[in-house]
Write a protein that binds this ligand. Structure first.
Ligand code: K7E
Ligand code: CUA
Length: 633
């Protein structure tokens, strides 16, 4: 009884306190809030009609998609289909997106990366990787749509170690998770793994104007399994880092065989030196890509020993401190990039592996912070603090970055500042802007692998849980718990006002050669067995709304949604033709159907668009082919 009274009281406080801190007319609820004030309920509450302060873009893992939520409400706002067809937006049905998807109907998105200018998010693009089919995609934040899918990238297998964006979006950097015989398509027996298999680091060039990606160059590596990476900034601009979890070069029962060594090698890549090597022609072409052999081109690649099967490796906002989590030991290893540079200059190497210098570990390690069990990833708040996810412990640990006092250095337990429980088995975590020079530093989202029934039961396929944590105070504070479909790995957070999205495609910008804007320009043209339709969709009709074809015809429809009003979306679904395309205001899409079935096939608008939406329909007729023609076939 007493307990329920307490709950009521705190809820009342939350509700009562709210109108005061969010005056009417306030556009963004977030502007009125500081993460540190009020009860958790009040701090995440975004009133109906108000908007969130941040976008959260999180990877949809093997759903092949990207989810968009708002912070602090954690409300899911949108799903951006990338590597998989998505009937809700008609993605993968029209010719343009079908072509982008190519032969694949799934992907495995792990690490979204926002485009940057001068080390800060510029709000233009979001890049995402496909771990499964070695691809990279570019989403434009102008329309929140996928505009390019690059790949499968030649000579690269298992695109897990990306999308890591350089300080001015010169490159999205990629490292291969799996090693294979190169070039791809060549057979070799996995028992000859060490000799025949290779990994690769790839520089994917980004056109500064259009954002168009292309494969710039690659660096050949031993067959380690490259894992997570990050790009440098400030003093480490021009460099990038990846951990590896299989320096043992095992190819079977990795759980045991790849965990033998005390240390695995991280890759320390000087991508500006790689650019120079390509310019000077110090490359061989492999599957059409300039490939650099680091044994022949010194200065491009170094190895850095990191203890105990590391996973995440993250560069702090200053660009000087690099934190790596060793999954099998309870510390985060912190390296000083200035010391790494000095070691390289002095050739302070402990050995060499296949012609690549191994930097002396003791010379560059700043310290091992006892963060707890199973450290994976680290994020930064820009106030000198780091936050490491502990998979085994189900905890986020807050700790203080160097420089440390002599006293702290003598006992690094002293730099561990706080721990908070998360539910359960956290993978990645994200602090807004952590990979930029100026993190926002107020919210942290913990992306937990297991939710263990902390939700209404939905059967054995359980969702993932994401928890919103306030990191403005000395102590972290749990604010909210949201559930998502599988499976968020990493995420990016960007201030809402840094993104300028359009709400309609302006008619003037529509360059589709078959766009039509008035009824008089619509029509149907037959050319042999090809039937081409220019159609418009307008509340509440398709023009034309009757299409006559014959068995064996190839039907092409170019459909333009002529609306210039926000949220006036039309769709065209054709019954029993497996065709479903959604057209946003001002957009033109092309769809193709081969007429293999005879009969009459209704088509209709799939997106509720007006009071007479239900009437927005038409007929596609398919006459049997003339008998003579059928006989001839
Ligand atoms: Cu740790 Cu693919 Cu980044 Cu999942 S990875 S957690
Ligand atoms: Cu157009 Cu419904």
């Amino acid at each position: 009884m007493k307990k329920s009274l307490l709950i009521t009281a705190s809820l009342a406080t939350a509700l009562l306190s709210f109108p005061g801190c969010n005056p009417p007319g306030q556009k963004s609820a977030g502007d009125a809030k500081t993460a540190g004030a009020g009860t958790p309920a009040a701090r995440t509450y975004v009133a109906p009609g108000d908007k969130d302060e941040y976008y959260l873009f999180y990877s949809g893992g093997h759903s092949g998609q990207v989810y968009v939520a708002g912070i602090p409400s954690m409300r899911h706002i949108s799903t951006i289909p990338v590597f998989a067809p998505y009937p809700a937006t008609g993605y993968g049905f029209d010719e343009e997106t079908k072509k982008m998807l190519g032969d694949y109907s799934w992907g495995d998105v792990h690490h979204p990366g926002l485009s940057k200018k001068d080390g800060l998010y510029d709000g233009r693009f979001l890049f995402v990787n496909d771990n499964a089919n070695n691809r990279l995609a570019r989403i434009s934040l102008t329309d929140f749509k996928t505009h390019q899918i690059l790949g499968p990238i030649p000579n690269s297998s298992g695109n897990h170690g990306s999308s890591f964006v350089t300080e001015n979006t010169e490159y999205v950097l990629v490292a291969s998770r799996f090693s294979v015989p190169l070039p791809k398509g060549r057979y070799a027996d996995p028992k000859d793994y060490e000799k025949e298999f290779n990994g690769m680091v790839s520089g994917i060039k980004v056109d500064p104007q259009s954002g168009e990606m292309s494969v710039g160059w690659q660096i050949l590596t031993p067959p380690f399994d490259w894992d997570l990476g990050s790009t440098g900034k400030g003093p480490s601009d021009g460099w990038a880092f990846w951990t590896s979890y299989n320096t043992e070069m095992a190819h079977e029962t990795l759980e045991a065989t790849s965990t033998q060594g005390e240390r695995d090698y991280a890759a320390v890549v000087n991508w500006r030196a790689a650019e120079v090597a390509v310019k000077e022609g110090k490359i061989t072409l492999l599957d059409g890509v300039p490939v650099i052999d680091p044994a022949k081109v010194p200065g491009v690649l170094y190895f850095l020993p990191i203890p105990k099967s590391p996973h995440g490796i993250d560069t702090d906002p200053s660009g000087r401190w690099i934190a790596a989590g060793g999954k099998l030991q309870p510390v985060a290893s912190v390296f000083d990039f200035n010391k790494i540079l000095a070691a390289i200059e002095k050739k302070d190497f402990e050995s060499e592996f296949r012609g690549v210098p191994v930097i002396r570990y003791e010379s560059v390690l700043e310290g091992s912070v006892p963060v707890g069990l199973g450290p994976l990833h680290t994020q930064f708040d820009g106030r000198g603090n780091a936050y490491t996810s502990l998979y085994i412990e189900s905890v986020v640990t807050k700790w203080k970055l160097p420089p440390w006092t002599a006293e702290e250095k003598a006992d690094l337990n002293k730099v561990v500042l706080d721990k908070i429980d998360v539910h359960y088995n956290i993978g990645h975590l994200v602090v807004g802007g952590s990979d930029t020079k100026k993190p926002y530093g107020d919210y942290l989202v913990a992306m937990n692998k297991l939710s263990k029934g902390r939700h209404l039961s939905v059967g054995p396929s359980q969702p993932e849980s994401s928890q919103l944590i306030d990191v403005t105070g000395q102590k972290m504070a749990m604010l909210y718990e949201a559930f998502t479909e599988p499976e968020p790995h990493f995420a990016q957070i960007i201030k809402a006002d840094a993104v300028n999205a359009i709400e309609v495609y302006p008619k003037a910008d529509n360059k589709h050669p078959h766009a039509v804007w008035e009824a008089k320009d619509t029509g149907i043209v037959r050319n042999g067995n090809k039937v081409e339709v220019k159609m418009m969709a307008i509340r509440s009709r398709f023009i034309p709304d009757r299409i006559d074809t014959q068995e064996g015809d190839e039907l092409t429809i170019h459909i333009t949604n002529v609306e210039q009003t926000t949220d006036m979306i039309h769709g065209i679904g054709i019954i029993e033709q497996n065709m479903n395309v959604v057209i946003d205001p001002g957009e033109t899409k092309t769809l193709k159907v081969k007429m293999t079935k005879t009969g009459v096939f209704p088509f209709y608008c799939t997106n509720f668009c007006s009071a007479l939406h239900q009437e927005m329909q038409g007929y596609l007729t398919v006459k049997p082919a003339p008998v003579a023609e059928t006989a001839a076939k």
